[in-house]
Design a protein around this ligand. Structure first.
Ligand SMILES: [Zn+2]
Ligand SMILES: [Zn+2]
Length: 350
């Protein structure tokens, strides 16, 4: 049996780089993809720390990647061997009650499977089920790296901005300037808000957001009175739209406090703990909360926007190293060491 290198989840707080068999087609809807670039995502850390109870021990981690198709099952109609593809974080059938309504995260036959319930992409090859839905061809003028975040964090930012119903000239606040927060800011820009306010305790990340034109104002809660500053920026009202992408101890509370009356508050964060919703304190504020995991069904549109130069995630890809160094990557990414925003895994070097 031919083997490959892979990062395997061994249970609470334990991962290892080890040898695993190269995957083969198991169903006629499957494809096999040779991974050319993958990443470490905050959700991988959530699995490692035990805050994703549905994650299975013994699986290969990783769910954000691009690659080249090396095999397709007989029922795969749209993809061909040799194509460069961006891969959707979600496995979905495209045909059930939820998929037909665009709610692919709630697919009756899938959801977030790769790197959680089935083997993921921190490896040399991946089996992708329901490949006609999960794989998107990368346009020739778009590099693998430029397409790397399409299936996961960029899809999340795109979906968040979409359900946030941002109106032109509005004030948008984004809590969290990590990879998903930065993608949310980038996608919020597509709707022409007057002002994007980035909030984070990490000055390096705030600076990256500002320097790359992803936000207009930066606030650091360890220094700034965020609520007062946002009121001052919005004629005393508060933000028109709030995106909670931080998932820290008190960021949920900040999110509803900085929202103006009748605002939309989008909760993108995956919380490690229960949150309290003190409705008695917000009575009459008439907030709309939207929550959940991305319905990643816009990869084709996102690739078009990258091709058109409207979305560019290159500034987020701060670190590159081969699969050999993935465990170092986990530590560096989690500690945000050396300004690490995104750790890109390049192919294993023998
Ligand atoms: Zn992810
Ligand atoms: Zn479905």
């Amino acid at each position: 049996m031919e083997t490959m290198k892979a990062v395997v989840y061994r249970g609470h707080e334990t991962i290892e780089l080890t040898d695993r068999p190269i995957p083969t087609l198991l169903a006629p809807e499957d494809a096999i993809v040779r991974v050319t670039r993958s990443t470490i995502c905050s959700s991988d850390l959530h699995i490692l720390h035990g805050s994703v109870p549905r994650a299975k021990e013994g699986i290969i981690l990783g769910h954000e990647f691009v690659g080249v198709v090396t095999a397709v099952g007989e029922n795969v109609k749209k993809r061909r061997v040799g194509e460069r593809v961006a891969v959707n974080v979600e496995t979905f059938c495209g045909d059930c009650f939820y998929c037909r309504r665009g709610y692919v995260n709630n697919c009756e036959h899938g959801g977030w499977e790769l790197g959680c319930r089935i083997d993921g992409c921190q490896a040399e090859y991946v089996r992708v089920p329901m490949a006609d839905q999960g794989l998107h061809p990368i346009p020739q003028s778009v590099s693998d790296e430029d397409a790397l975040l399409v299936g996961d964090v960029l899809s999340t930012g795109y979906w968040a901005a979409q359900i946030g119903e941002i109106e032109p000239a509005s004030a948008v606040a984004v809590l969290g300037a990590g990879p998903t927060g930065l993608c949310t800011m980038m996608c919020a820009r597509l709707y022409s808000p007057a002002c994007i306010i980035a909030v984070d305790v990490n000055d390096e990340r705030l600076a990256a957001a500002k320097e790359n034109g992803l936000c207009d104002v930066t606030l650091n809660p360890s220094r700034d009175d965020v609520e007062a500053r946002i009121r001052a920026l919005t004629d005393g009202r508060g933000a028109d739209r709030v995106f909670e992408v931080a998932g820290a101890k008190d960021t949920f509370e900040t999110a509803w406090r900085i929202a103006r009356p009748s605002a939309i508050v989008v909760l993108v964060a995956l919380y490690a703990q229960a949150q309290s919703l003190p409705l008695h304190l917000m009575y009459g504020k008439n907030l709309t909360f939207k929550t959940g995991g991305v319905h990643a069904n816009a990869c084709g549109d996102i690739l078009k926007l990258i091709q058109a130069g409207r979305l560019n995630t290159a500034p987020l890809l701060t670190h590159h190293a081969p699969l050999n160094d993935a465990l170092t990557g986990y530590r560096t990414f989690e500690a945000m060491r050396d300004g690490c925003i995104k750790w890109v895994i390049t192919p294993y070097e023998r």
